[in-house]
Design a protein around this ligand. Structure first.
Ligand SMILES: C[C@](O)(CO)[C@H](O)COP(=O)(O)OP(=O)(O)OC[C@H]1O[C@@H](n2ccc(N)nc2=O)[C@H](O)[C@@H]1O
Ligand SMILES: Nc1ncnc2c1ncn2[C@@H]1O[C@H](COP(=O)(O)OP(=O)(O)OP(=O)(O)O)[C@@H](O)[C@H]1O
Length: 295
């Protein structure tokens, strides 16, 4: 595969979405974080980051994201964290980076957009700055930015335990999905702090081979508090198996063909944001990094 670049020496890196094909909450740690069992798969749909290495050490995000201050942006935080790590390892005269993002993933949708952006920055700058940190180290760094970062760093579909960082590769079937966003945004913290969230799912449930017997433990509680999610989910269930991803609000509906997914998309109620994408077991970021390393 060849590397895509524009005329100004920015290289292009994909930052895909993830789905939680199931999500079980099996416990709560003393620090408040929840122990999960989840099956992650990527989508062939996501944001694109354009990155150019600069001589000085500054990290500049040239395309701010509305509502997110630069210092809070996971893109900038990931780049600075990597610089800090490199300095600790004795690298001096570190270069910097200019970064542009083409953001198409809805924020706060359960698709892991911010975590994916952070992972793409860690993996891409590790290669561009020739730091040679291994994947495990990048995933550990990423975990301090968000529980979903490690899966994007590793780049393979996986069954996850812990807070989502203990990964075992899996190959779930690569269906087509219609992903629809109810007209509301749900904060991950509000779901995980809700007294209504079940936190004691039997750990054995995730270990059988029947994905369809699994579920999203956040869904019942979200439906109760967000009528927009309840309404859209019941509409979608008339057409296809459908479930929430992450802590919502997005719902994914499963189809055997792109044509069928597009046919239902065309009938969605007015005002519902949506896209059709294929579930994929390898992140599109991996071949780009391989091509870069081969240069
Ligand atoms: C729901 C999932 O998307 C499933 O993949 C993730 O667990 C959430 O991952 P994330 O968005 O990267 O979440 P983080 O930014 O790490 O955490 C946001 C907040 O969610 C809560 N949180 C998150 C993950 C987890 N296993 N238990 C939690 O209780 C914590 O209150 C935390 O402060
Ligand atoms: N680069 C970024 N892209 C998106 N959100 C970001 C970014 N940097 C910081 N954020 C913050 O993170 C919040 C969550 O964004 P994100 O799109 O990752 O949510 P999500 O899809 O629900 O994630 P998850 O499934 O991991 O819970 C946003 O509301 C925003 O305030």
């Amino acid at each position: 595969m060849s590397l895509a670049s524009d005329n100004n020496n920015f290289l292009q890196f994909p930052s895909p979405a993830k789905l939680n094909l199931f999500l079980h909450v099996v416990g709560r740690r003393s620090d408040g974080y929840h122990e999960l069992q989840t099956l992650f798969q990527f989508l062939d749909y996501g944001d694109t980051l354009n990155i150019r290495v600069t001589k000085g050490p500054d990290i500049t995000l040239l395309t701010p994201i509305k509502g997110v201050a630069a210092e809070d942006n996971l893109i900038v935080k990931a780049a600075r964290l990597l610089q800090q790590q490199a300095r600790q390892q004795g690298h001096t005269d570190l270069p910097g980076a200019e970064i542009k993002i083409n953001k198409i993933l809805p924020m706060g949708g359960g698709l892991g957009g911010g975590s994916s952006n952070a992972a793409t920055v860690l993996v891409a700058l590790n290669a561009l700055w020739q730091l040679n940190l291994d994947t495990e180290k990048l995933a550990t760094l990423g975990l301090s930015l968000g529980a979903d970062v490690p899966i994007f760093v590793h780049g393979f579909a996986a069954y996850a335990e812990g807070v989502g960082e203990e990964l075992t590769p899996r190959n779930p079937k690569e269906y087509w999905y219609l992903v629809s966003k109810p007209q509301c945004s749900i904060s991950t913290v509000s779901v995980f702090t809700s007294p209504d969230l079940p936190r004691d799912t039997d750990q054995r449930l995730a270990l059988n081979d029947d994905i369809d017997a699994c579920r999203n433990d956040c869904q019942t509680m979200v439906i109760k508090h967000y009528p927009e999610v309840a309404k859209l989910l019941s509409w979608l269930l008339e057409y296809a198996p459908s479930q929430m991803t992450g802590t919502g609000a997005c719902i994914f509906s499963r189809f055997d063909s792109k044509a069928e997914a597009c046919r239902i998309q065309a009938q969605l109620p007015d005002g519902i944001e949506s896209f059709v994408a294929k579930g994929i077991n390898q992140s599109p970021l991996l071949p780009v990094i391989e091509a870069l390393s081969a240069c």
